[in-house]
Design a protein around this ligand. Structure first.
Ligand SMILES: NC(=O)c1ccc[n+]([C@@H]2O[C@H](COP(=O)([O-])OP(=O)(O)OC[C@H]3O[C@@H](n4cnc5c(N)ncnc54)[C@H](OP(=O)(O)O)[C@@H]3O)[C@@H](O)[C@H]2O)c1
Length: 326
């Protein structure tokens, strides 16, 4: 029997409980994986609250990330004993996910765990970390290089934000971060940040289509009014990697940053990124990410604490990353 978190829907109400399932409930999948660690991303918070119509049917086992060992494989390319990271292709949304001691998945949702990464560290990074890596890869492919001008990370204390700050700093960039939690200054400094901005400053509307150039690049986890303001402050030929919408999904602006400064907005989609690019991004993440910094970012919880932490992440109350021990 395997312990899992189960969401049930009765009318409009969602209920959450921990249930035990026999292994055969998971066996009609290409891969069967014994999970060691999962994590909590912003999207997990949404699934746990039934937001965004992300889940097709109930009862449902949530968890968009998992890491563990293959205990049965019906496909070439994965064998019993392989350590894998499960995520993407709507794992944990259209099929049961990682808040379970055993989980089944399509092989398209799996990549091999890099040799130099532990399952706990992989989930310490999780989809949030992968997205930060994809964002940096995208910015670099559009010409970002370390320079005097800072790269801005919005929502810096959150999961994607924390990993992005630490990675950019490791790569030699000067990093500025916006946050609603200025009391986390020493945490952000430990990740390598050089400048901290109060997020209210970037939420203030501007009447000017272009402002003084401030940023050589941006990883935006917030969207909304922040994205609208930051667009006006981007350097010539620079890019914003648009990752998230913690502050809103719509934004206002003019085409002037595009026409007069050649600014780009690069969309980051960690869900449908092809398996090869996903694997390469995990390898780079494993190679680059400083482990002492990761340890500083991680809080470890048990399966039964997941609903409470799902609520916290939607309220912007999680610092860094959560790992869930199965
Ligand atoms: N595109 C993709 O493939 C992809 C992948 C992963 C995540 N995402 C998205 O990226 C975003 C960040 O995800 P995450 O897992 O890092 O979540 P998270 O840990 O909750 O971080 C989000 C951060 O955004 C800031 N924030 C929260 N509410 C805000 C508001 N109302 N206005 C302005 N800032 C606010 C907070 O940072 P401060 O406390 O520092 O202000 C918060 O910590 C989410 O929108 C998520 O859906 C997208």
């Amino acid at each position: 029997m395997n312990r899992s978190i189960v969401l049930n829907q009765v009318g409009d109400e969602l209920s959450t409980q921990i249930k035990e399932f026999p292994q055969k409930e998971f066996e009609q999948n290409e891969l069967l994986v014994r999970v060691e660690y999962s994590t909590i991303n912003y999207k997990d918070g949404m699934v746990l609250k039934g937001l965004g119509k992300l889940v097709n049917s109930y009862p449902h086992i949530p968890g968009i990330d998992a890491c563990g060992t293959v205990i049965d494989s019906q496909v070439d390319g994965f064998s019993v004993g392989d350590r894998v990271i499960l995520g993407g292709h709507r794992f944990g949304e259209i099929c049961w996910g990682g808040y379970s001691e055993v989980v089944g998945a399509a092989s398209s949702m799996a990549v091999k765990l890099p040799d130099n990464l532990s399952p706990r560290d992989a989930m310490g990074l999780g989809t949030a970390g992968l997205s930060a890596m994809l964002a940096i890869n995208a910015l670099e492919s559009f010409g970002l290089k370390p320079s005097e001008k800072e790269v801005l990370v919005t929502g810096a204390v959150g999961g994607v934000g924390s990993v992005a700050v630490a990675l950019l700093s490791k790569l030699g960039y000067r990093v500025a971060g916006s946050t609603g939690r200025s009391y986390e200054r020493s945490y952000l400094e430990s990740l390598g940040i050089s400048t901290i901005l109060d997020r209210k400053e970037l939420e203030e509307p501007s009447t000017r289509p272009l402002e003084k150039v401030r940023w050589s690049g941006c990883i935006d986890n917030v969207g909304g009014a922040t994205l609208s303001r930051v667009l006006r402050q981007m350097g010539f030929g620079s890019s914003i990697a648009s990752v998230g919408l913690a502050g809103g999904s719509s934004f206002e602006g003019t085409v002037m940053p595009f026409l007069l400064r050649g600014v780009n907005i690069l969309g980051i989609d960690s869900v449908s990124v092809p398996q090869k690019s996903r694997s390469r991004a995990w390898e780079r993440l494993a190679e680059l990410f400083p482990r002492p910094v990761l340890e500083e970012m991680i809080e470890e919880i048990d399966l039964d604490q997941v609903p409470e932490y799902g609520t916290k992440i939607l309220a912007g109350q999680i610092r860094g990353r959560i790992v869930v021990k199965l």
